[in-house]
Design a protein around this ligand. Sequence first.
Ligand code: PHE
Length: 453
Amino acid sequence: MTENTISQHGQWSSRFAFILAATGSAVGLGNIWKFPYIVGENGGGAFVLIYLFCVIGVGIPIMMAEIMLGRRGRHSPINTMERLTAEAKADPNWHYLGWMGVIAGFLILAYYSVIAGWSLAYIIKAFFGDFINQDAIQIAQLYEQFIASPIQQIFWHTIFMAFTMNIVGRGVNAGLEQSARFLIPALFSLMFLLVAYAMTTGSYFQGLHFLFSVDFSKLSSDAFLIALGQAFFSLGLGMGSIMIYGAYLPKNISIARTSVIIAGADTLVALLAGIVIFPIVFENGLAPSEGPGLIFKILPIAFGQMTGGWLIGVFFFILLFFAALTSAVALIEPAVAWLIEHQQISRKTACIWAGLAAWLLGIGVALSFNIWSTFKLFDKNLFGLLDYLTSNLMLPIGGFCIAIFAGWIMNSEHSRSELALAKPEFYLLWKQLVCYIAPVAVFCVFLHVVGVI
Ligand code: PHE
C-alpha cells in the first residue's frame, strides 16, 4: 500500500532530526514539573526503579507500535488509522482512534499552553529579581496573585501559543525540525549547567540519595500505577503525536533503535530534573513532597536566597519554556495535518484555525484559575477537568488501542517488515509485549484512575 510513499507534509531530513524532534515532543512539563514532585510524593528511589521498568516494558513497545502505525499510514492520525484499518480489513470504527488522538492533543495543548505561559512569566520575574530575599509566604503570595490575574494568565498563554503556532506554521523541516535543532541542544546544555550547579550545593549527595537509594518500604501502594501513567504522559504516547512524527520518518530508519534513544533521552531529562531540584530543595530545608507547586512555589524561594540564584532561576525557567515549546508543537501537529488533508487548505491557514481554537479553549483554562474558579464539573475546574480527561482517560485508552491494533489487528507480515528488527527473537519479544503485557498494564492504570482498583 503505502510502502514507498512520502507524506504530503514532508519528511525528516535525517535520523538525527527525527530523534531531536521526537525527544522534544517527549521532554516537556511532564519531565521537569511533574516527575520530580511525584517522585517526592511516592518515596524516591524505589519509585524511580519502578518507573524505569514501566518505560522499558510498556513505554518503548507502545512507542514502537505508534511510530510504526504512523510510518505505514503516512498521514494525520485520523487518515492513517482509516488507511490501516482498510489495509487490515478491520472494523472501520478503528479510525475513531485517530480522532481521539487529534482531540486529546488539542485539549492537552489548551491547558499546557497556560502552564507553559507561567514559565515565560517566571523567566521575567526571575530576571527582574522578584524572588530575591523573599520568604516562603511572599513567594506563595506572588504565585497566588499571578494566577488570580485573568489579564496576566491570558497574556502569557497568548504569547506561548503564538510561539507554538509560528513554529508549526513553518512546516516539518523549517518549523518542527529547525526549532528542535536549536531548542533540544540548548535544553540539554542548560540542564547540565544546572546539574553542575546542584553539584556545588552541600546537599547534592542527599538529593542523589533520595533519588537513587531504593527503599521499598517507602513506596506508596499505588506507585506502580502512578509510574505507568507518568511514563505514558512523559513519553507522549497514546494520542497521535509520535504517530504523526512517525509519518514523517524515512523508510530506512530503524524504529526500534530510535525509540530506545528517545525514551532514554526522556528518562535522562526527568532524572536530571530530579538531580537539579532535590539538592536545592534539601539545601533550603524545604519538603520534597510539596506536590504540584514544587516548581513555582518552592524553587523560587531557593532561587531568591542562594548565591547565583538569580541566574540559575532565569536559566531554570528558560529550560522549562523550551521543553514545553517542543512538546506543544507535537500536540497540535496531528490536528494541523488533518486540517490540511481534509480541508485542502494551506498549512498557515490550518495553523490559524487550530491555533485559534486551542487558544480560545485555553482562555477558559486561564480563567478557571481565577474568575471562573467556581465553575466546577465533577468537582474540578476546567483545568482539572481537561487534565483528568486527557492524561487519565484518553491517553491510556489510546495507548491500549494502539497496542491492540498493532499486536492483534495489523497483519504480522506488515509489522514485521515495518519494524525490520535485527533478529526474529526481537520481533517475538515486541509482539508479546504489545499483545499481552502492555495492554494488561495499561488496563490496570485505567481501572485505577476510574477508581475500580
Ligand atoms: N510528553 C510531554 C511532557 O512530558 C507531554 C506530551 C503529551 C507531549 C502527549 C505530546 C503528547 O510534558
